[in-house]
Design a protein around this ligand. Structure first.
Ligand SMILES: C[S@@+](CC[C@H](N)C(=O)[O-])C[C@H]1O[C@@H](n2cnc3c(N)ncnc32)[C@H](O)[C@@H]1O
Length: 238
């Protein structure tokens, strides 16, 4: 089993960003259409999956070039799933690339998709860009992510984008506090609180221009603990 990252900055690479390099070199053949600043975001959140048996879904295939980008980046062990509403995208079925034709705004489509695919490590939503579709897809696919999985939604345009607002609200929920236990005599478990469902599942939520990223915990987190370490304490703060 691979060890997914929790978005540490990508290590410096003398070659630069391999995703961006692939994009820039892609002058012939199937087209890729990405905002240029996305490549650094992809590298930051995805680099720990490189050369692992990773399952990747991209919603929105268009001219097929991004499927090759993911295959090249993640390596031979990866499987890329592509979803598009346009039947013509079936031509991009290939070794290690499986295309599903359907509407990302249709829950029945996702039920059928999930029945035919293993759990996913990475989802990239670059489909209709409609906030209601982005939210529905997120709800359908978050439970279909492996532990440590990463959900990235592109093109959250405009300051009133409803899916971006939803993700911001979800991020605020990471700060929710169940009542915590106060254990003055057990410094190793000085404060302990049970996690909420959101904290149990989600490790972190990240925002960039037009992009939101949700990273799942590698294992379910059931409690948050604030131990105390040391032997000398000031009297003024308990
Ligand atoms: C921006 S393009 C994808 C670009 C591609 N990912 C790339 O990087 O080059 C958006 C794609 O989403 C597809 N699409 C639009 N509405 C959709 C929907 N409701 N469900 C699934 N795909 C949809 C379009 O047919 C189009 O191919």
């Amino acid at each position: 089993m691979h060890k997914p990252p929790h978005s540490p900055p990508a290590p410096p690479d003398e070659q630069g960003n391999p995703l961006e390099a692939y994009f820039k070199a892609n002058r012939q053949g199937p087209g890729i259409w990405k905002w240029q600043h996305y490549f650094e975001i992809f590298q930051r959140h995805f680099h720990g999956f490189v050369d692992q048996p990773v399952t990747v879904l991209e919603i929105g295939v268009y001219s097929g070039g991004s499927l090759g980008l993911w295959k090249s980046y993640f390596g031979d062990q990866c499987t890329v799933y592509g979803v598009d509403i346009e039947k013509d995208c079936e031509i991009y079925n290939d070794a290690g690339v499986k295309i599903f034709i359907g509407d990302q705004g249709d829950r029945h489509f996702w039920k059928s998709f999930k029945a035919q695919t293993p759990k996913l490590d990475i989802v990239i939503d670059d489909g209709s860009h409609r906030p209601e579709h982005q939210q529905l897809s997120f709800h359908e696919l978050l439970p279909h992510l492996n532990p440590g999985g990463v959900y990235l939604c592109e093109d959250l345009h405009h300051t009133d984008n409803m899916f971006a607002l939803y993700l911001h609200q979800l991020a605020l929920n990471l700060n929710a506090c169940h009542k915590w236990q106060d254990n003055p005599d057990t410094p190793e478990r000085r404060l302990v609180t049970q996690t909420t469902d959101v904290q149990a599942l989600i490790n972190s939520i990240h925002f960039y221009p037009y992009v939101g990223v949700v990273e799942c915990n590698r294992q379910k987190v059931t409690e948050l603990v604030a131990p105390k370490r040391g032997s000398q304490w000031q009297p003024f703060f308990e």
